[in-house]
Ligand binder design. Structure first.
Ligand code: ADP
Length: 486
């Protein structure tokens, strides 16, 4: 991999703890491998609680000076970090593809998307406004100021190795918090490369540490039990989110949670069918189906069901599966063998209960963790895919008759992250947008993520929002000051 990089120093085998690039205290390492080829990219330090505590101590000290800088000073450093991410986008994308598998063009898109949060929050750093409230008594003057929460711990998944961290670290640093990141064990290299660029941009020692570890639960415990950590921000499964919420209860710490989804994607009779197919392709097969906002259940109204299914199967068959570093590849491997097992299980369960495979359905001839982009028809609510996120390239098509019925089905889940629908009738667009119990609704689009809008879920999909001017709220405390004027 180093040979492919313009700046090979971005490929790191040490972690950044308290401002130093170091090995684990124990000397232990774990291997990061390439899911497309199975080869080992590099070992990284296998750190535990002691290194995490050290990073937290340093963050606790460094945070005070960082918060004392003006918003403009922090903004300038973050802006420089953004510029470095853009200047190194190709290298960052190669590292990302190598450790995670998504095609290079998509990885590059993720780098730009991740960097956009650093840009956005560098701008917001100057706008952490407070409030003046008319006093409740003649002598009283009331102001509200907003201050950084302090040290933030972060745990992120492998599906967006850059952007999931960028969405958190950028607002945290912008408002004056210090940040200790624990990237997913599968994909620590993108996080380390980001941290190196942050260091080069002038983020002071200790303000941003990255703990690489194969034992995430130990790191999670340190974040939740160390009183110097005032907030935990997590992106991952609802199951692990619940564990962390429970663990954080003893300290009553602030929590942000971006958890699982089970996105419905509804195609109404009056939809532009070609646009709906295009939107489904993006929403379903982007990142090989491995995003928490991927369409998981596709509901198609009876009148257009057959036509839609045929068009979608045709489009899915055109995807080029392969090693993401090769030209022309649109679809990489799944992250690991367990992911392939789950996809197979969902397909087998659906077929056993009467679904038909219209396209794909099997492991790809390339072997490894490659899988054929799949379209299933005749899917019904008794199948596993209805309630469980597939996190793979399977498009299950449910048939529905009327609007109320499909809304009820769409909302029949513990999740509430992203939802999508295609329709042209304005009243229907308004009604359905309001009725979907989701944090995000894409209308006539399959791609909704942007740094300028609040990303997040309701129900068991999470707490808090990332991105937009609201994205800094999770990293701020409000302080109300009441002055009595004599
Ligand atoms: P995914 O299926 O995307 O891997 P997980 O919720 O299992 O979702 O993992 C998301 C992140 O949470 C990863 O960085 C993983 O290492 C970490 N993680 C998993 N279990 C725990 C835990 N018990 N405590 C803290 N972090 C955990």
């Amino acid at each position: 991999l180093a040979n492919l990089l313009e700046d090979p120093s971005l490929l790191l085998d040490k972690a950044l703890v308290a401002g130093e690039w170091v090995a684990a205290d124990s000397g232990k390492t774990f291997d990061v491998s390439n899911p497309a080829r199975g080869d080992i990219l590099t070992p990284v330090p296998d750190m535990s609680r002691a290194e995490t505590a050290r990073a937290i101590d340093a963050a606790y000290v460094a945070q005070k000076d960082w918060a004392a800088k003006t918003g403009k000073e922090r903004a300038a450093i973050l802006r420089k970090w953004y510029d470095l991410m853009i200047a190194n986008a190709d290298d960052l994308a190669r590292i990302l593809t190598a450790e995670m598998g998504k095609p290079f063009a998509e990885a590059r898109g993720e780098i730009l998307y991740g960097a956009s949060f650093v840009e956005w929050f560098s701008e917001e750093a100057k706008r952490v406004y407070g409030e003046t409230i008319p006093g409740h008594q003649p002598d009283k003057r009331i102001t509200v100021i907003r201050q950084p929460v302090g040290v933030v711990g972060s745990i992120t998944p492998w599906n967006f190795p850059n952007a999931m961290i960028a969405r958190k670290v950028a607002p945290a640093l912008a408002v004056g918090c210090a940040f200790v990141a624990k990237p997913a064990g599968e994909t620590p290299l993108s996080a380390l490369a980001m941290a190196l660029l942050a260091e080069r941009a002038g983020v002071p020692k200790g303000v941003f540490s990255v703990i690489t570890s194969a034992s995430s639960s130990e790191i999670g415990k340190e974040f939740c039990e160390n009183p110097k950590v005032r907030k935990l921000t997590f992106t991952g499964s609802t199951e692990v989110g619940r564990i962390l919420l429970r663990q954080g209860a003893d300290q009553v710490m602030k929590m942000s949670m971006e958890l699982g989804g089970n996105a419905p994607f509804i195609v109404f009779d009056d939809a532009d069918l070609d646009a709906a197919v295009e939107g489904t392709m993006i929403s379903k097969y982007r990142n090989n189906g491995q995003t928490c906002v991927c369409a998981n259940r596709i509901y198609v109204q009876a009148g257009v069901y057959d036509a839609f299914a045929e068009k979608l199967a045709k489009a899915a068959a055109k995807l080029q599966v392969g090693d993401g570093l090769e030209d022309g590849v649109t679809t990489g491997p799944l992250i690991n063998a367990k992911a392939v097992d789950k996809v197979e299980e969902h397909i087998a369960d659906a077929v056993a209960k009467g679904a038909k495979v219209l396209s794909g359905g099997k492991r790809h001839e390339l072997g490894g963790t490659f899988f054929q982009p799949t379209v299933l028809t005749g899917v019904t609510s008794d199948m596993m895919v209805t309630h469980d996120e597939t996190f793979g390239p399977v498009a299950p098509l449910f048939k529905f008759e009327d609007e109320d019925d499909v809304i009820a089905q769409a909302n029949d889940t513990i999740y509430g992250l992203a939802s999508y629908f295609y329709a042209r009738d304005l009243s229907r667009v308004t009604r359905v947008s309001e009725a979907l119990e989701y944090g995000m609704v894409g209308v006539n689009t399959g791609l909704i993520s942007t740094e300028v809008a609040p990303f997040g879920g309701v129900k068991q999909s999470g707490l808090g929002r990332e991105g937009s001017s609201h994205g800094i709220d999770d990293y701020l405390e409000m302080k109300y000051i009441c002055v009595s004027v004599q």
